[in-house]
Design a binder for this molecule. Structure first.
Ligand code: F6P
Length: 367
């Protein structure tokens, strides 16, 4: 009998609860048992009452709630082999033979590391006398399946991650609110949005809200004197009759020498060179919290179904799958290929190969 553990890890994202609900209920419908592992990998390392069997009713009301009700944590202990050894022990003690992890690329890499080390971890537990060889026998293979929960939309191999659409809505509402007060006072606003190393939220928000300028990590300004370029654009917009100026800055925005472009710096530029009455608004964690939009609820629900099916299909030889969505179809690809491609984008940026970074993000991208 499959006993499926589910955990959410890394930064929370709206829709994670819908994923947990779907996994628990589909698992039960397919004759499996579902176990919630609380506080991400921390629950796996600590075990005890942080691992709990979930019934149908335990996820009632989950769909509409933001964040993750089973908790998440950034867990240093799981990054050590010792932490993963306790995790293996707790999985076996709870008779859990497969794990579905909903998180970002770091969390999914961790999951895959656990699977790769699994045989070694089992031998070590037997040698240490913590479990017997008979106890270990039914757990020779651990099945891992990944779902991407991240507001940043920063994972390769999927068009969209769980939570990104809700976050984008949140940002657009905030920019709309700022726009009306900016318009009244004829002010400029520099709005900083999340997205660590990924400009998706910033770029999509800029398009959706008609911002005047946007800074993203994947495509820094090309000219040395880019400050003059932005002022020229903003001045032209003002000459055309715009009473407000909106500049969106991704938190990871950089110049072509990889130096961070800070919102305060843009504010000084707009104030001193253009004489604009400028304010900075950092949207912060309002972008990450709150109710998931319908798209994220549906995406997480459908991907949860596919995640359980992937568990049931998996064999010891199949690489751990990652559930994604491309061109409106749910996909199931090797997890590590997606992680490797995602890491290549960061490498391309670090090597100042911005064209490659943009191409890796979006192969359809043209100048
Ligand atoms: O990865 C999601 C994200 O929201 C990033 O956009 C942001 O940089 C980061 O998490 C903030 O994380 P925290 O405040 O949880 O440390």
């Amino acid at each position: 009998k499959m006993r499926i553990g589910v955990l959410t890890s890394g930064g929370d994202s709206p829709g994670m609860n819908a994923a947990v609900r779907s996994i628990v209920r589909v698992a039960i419908s397919r004759g499996c048992e579902a176990y919630a592992i609380f506080e991400g990998y921390k629950g796996l390392v600590n075990g005890g009452d942080m691992i709990k069997k979930f019934e149908w009713g335990d996820v009632r009301g989950y769909l509409a709630i933001g964040g993750t009700l089973i908790g998440t944590a950034r867990c240093a202990a799981f990054r050590e082999r010792k932490g993963r050894l306790s995790s293996a022990y707790n999985l076996i003690k709870n008779k859990i033979n497969s794990l579905i992890v909903c998180g970002g690329d770091g969390s999914l890499t961790g999951a895959n590391a656990l699977r790769e080390e699994w045989p070694g971890l089992l031998s070590e537990l037997i040698e240490e006398g913590r479990i017997t060889a008979e106890e270990a026998e039914p757990y020779k293979h651990l099945i891992i399946v990944g779902l991407v929960g991240s507001i940043d939309n920063d994972m390769s191999s999927t068009d969209i991650t769980i939570g990104a659409t809700t976050s984008l809505h949140r940002i657009c509402e905030a920019v709309d609110s700022i726009s009306s007060t900016a318009l009244s006072h004829s002010r400029a606003f520099v709005i900083e949005v999340m997205g660590r190393h990924c400009g998706w939220l910033a770029l999509m928000a800029a398009v959706s809200c008609g911002a005047d300028f946007v800074f993203i990590p994947e495509r820094p300004p090309t000219r040395d004197d880019w400050e003059s370029d932005i002022c020229e654009v903003l001045e032209r917009h003002r000459r055309l009759g715009k009473r407000k100026t909106i500049v969106i800055v991704a938190e990871g925005a950089i110049d072509k020498n990889l130096k961070p472009i800070k919102s305060e710096y843009i504010k000084e530029l707009l104030t001193n060179r253009m004489g604009l009455d400028t304010r900075v608004t950092t949207l912060g964690h309002t972008q990450r919290g709150g109710r998931p939009c319908t798209f994220d609820r549906n995406l997480a629900t459908i991907q949860g179904v596919e995640a359980v099916e992937a568990v049931l299909r998996s064999t010891p030889d199949t690489p751990s799958p990652l559930i994604g969505v491309r061109q409106n179809k749910i996909t199931c690809d090797p997890l590590m290929l997606a992680v490797e491609k995602t890491n290549k984008i960061a490498e391309a940026i670090a090597q100042k190969n911005f064209r490659l970074a943009m191409d890796l993000r979006d192969p359809e991208f043209t100048e």
